[in-house]
Design a protein around this ligand. Structure first.
Ligand code: NAD
Ligand code: UD1
Length: 342
């Protein structure tokens, strides 16, 4: 049997990284993870093994430390590609610790380029975010929608990553990359063996809903019901984490099979439908039969009223199609919450 292509997954013990490793292993790839446990535990490797039968090696090193990362990875190559998830991701924390976010996230991104050069790695996928669009004027947003000034230091690290990769891939013959601009990832693997398990406190809507339903929080605060939307609460594009993970495999296949039209491309990664906060709560209650105790509270500073994706480019060019909806997101998130708290 021909050797499988080996992919380096940075942030492989994290939420999206772990789900993507499962999808890579179930396709035609081998994986090495790199994660220093900044927001995760290596226990997730047990869940990945239970699902796939493969024990993934994790290299425990800080990716923002270029020399140390190069040294630690040398024995694990050669790699066909890098999928780069490793970053700090809390918008709120980034406002209080901008330098830490810049050093960690931009530092790690620079190291991926150093690895590509030193280890001759041709392909990379970068985790970007719809936050690069800021407060969009027109919905749904396409890849051509204007990039707005970053609204937080975290957002600035995603914009910087995109700018640097654009320059890098357009000046380095033979190296190719893709940025995927995620909308709102949520849900868990259908096995309930892996899911979101941040060591930092959850602030995103879906984990807050499940933590309220299980009794870890007394109530959920709906941040505002006076937005100009159909029920007054904010609209987002929630995408199931397994659908999101599968897009990474397709994006890597696209590069490996030389189907890319340019050395560097960006794709929106959302299901293309907007769901309000109140609709999300109702979907949880309907799909699980559980109640969520919520109150309406003040708007959260920095929130935008509505954003959702035009996903035509990724469906046409990568052949990606979402298969899960908000109900399935809620069911899987709830199953994982119950397993996790046992
Ligand atoms: P996560 O925190 O669960 O995973 C990130 C992983 O990277 C963690 O396991 C952490 O320990 C590791 N890490 C961080 N800095 C590191 C470093 N310097 N060296 C080694 N390991 C390091 O986050 P996630 O939700 O899986 O997000 C993955 C990526 O997707 C991030 O880049 C994030 O910014 C981006 N993203 C996430 C969302 C979302 O809602 N989850 C939305 C848009 C973009
Ligand atoms: C947030 C980040 C965004 C990042 C994304 C993924 C902000 C301002 N934006 O997006 O940059 O890419 O996470 O990590 O932090 N909500 C409540 N009550 C809660 C929690 C959330 O009503 O307790 C509402 C929010 O007002 C929002 C929606 O639920 O309308 C989704 O919130 P959240 O899950 O935090 O994601 P975003 O704010 O869209």
């Amino acid at each position: 049997m021909a050797n499988k292509s080996k992919i380096l997954v940075t942030g492989g013990c994290g939420y999206i990284g772990s789900h993507t490793i499962v999808e890579l292993l179930q396709s035609d790839y081998e994986v090495v993870s790199l994660d220093n446990g900044l927001n995760s535990s290596p226990d997730v490797l047990d869940g990945i093994e239970a699902i796939t039968g493969v024990r993934v090696v994790n290299v425990d090193v800080d990716l923002s430390q270029t020399e140390a990362a190069l040294e630690a990875l040398r024995a694990h190559g050669p790699f066909t590609g890098i999928i780069h998830f490793a970053a700090l991701k809390s918008v709120g924390d980034s406002v209080h610790q901008p330098l830490r976010y810049f050093q960690n996230n931009i530092g790690a991104t620079l190291t991926t380029m150093a690895l590509m050069e030193a280890m001759d790695i041709p392909y990379l996928i970068f985790s970007s975010s719809c936050t690069v669009y800021g407060r969009p004027e027109k919905l749904p947003v396409t890849e051509e929608s204007p990039i707005r000034p970053a609204e937080s230091p975290y957002g600035a690290t995603k914009q910087t990553g995109e700018i640097l990769y654009d320059q890098f891939f357009n000046t380095q013959p033979g190296r190719n990359g893709i940025s995927l601009r995620y909308f709102n990832p949520a849900g868990a693997h259908p096995s309930a063996l892996i899911g979101e398990a941040s060591t930092n406190q959850a602030t995103n809507l879906v984990p807050v809903i499940t933590e309220t339903a299980i009794g870890l929080r007394s109530e959920l605060a709906v941040f505002g019901n006076d937005y100009p939307t159909r029920d007054g609460s904010c609209i987002r594009d929630y995408i199931h984490v397994t659908d999101l993970a599968k897009a990474h495999v397709l994006a890597m296949d696209h590069l490996v099979q030389h189907k890319n039209q340019k050395p560097y491309e960006v794709f929106n990664l959302g299901i293309g439908e907007g769901v309000t906060v109140l609709e999300a709560i109702a979907a949880f209650e309907k799909s699980t039969g559980e109640n969520v105790n919520f109150t309406i509270s003040a708007r959260r500073p920095g929130d935008i009223d509505a954003i959702y994706a035009n996903n035509k480019k990724i469906t046409e060019q990568l052949g990606w199609k979402p298969t899960e909806d908000i109900q399935s997101i809620m069911r899987s998130a709830w199953a994982w919450e119950q397993v996790r708290r046992k």
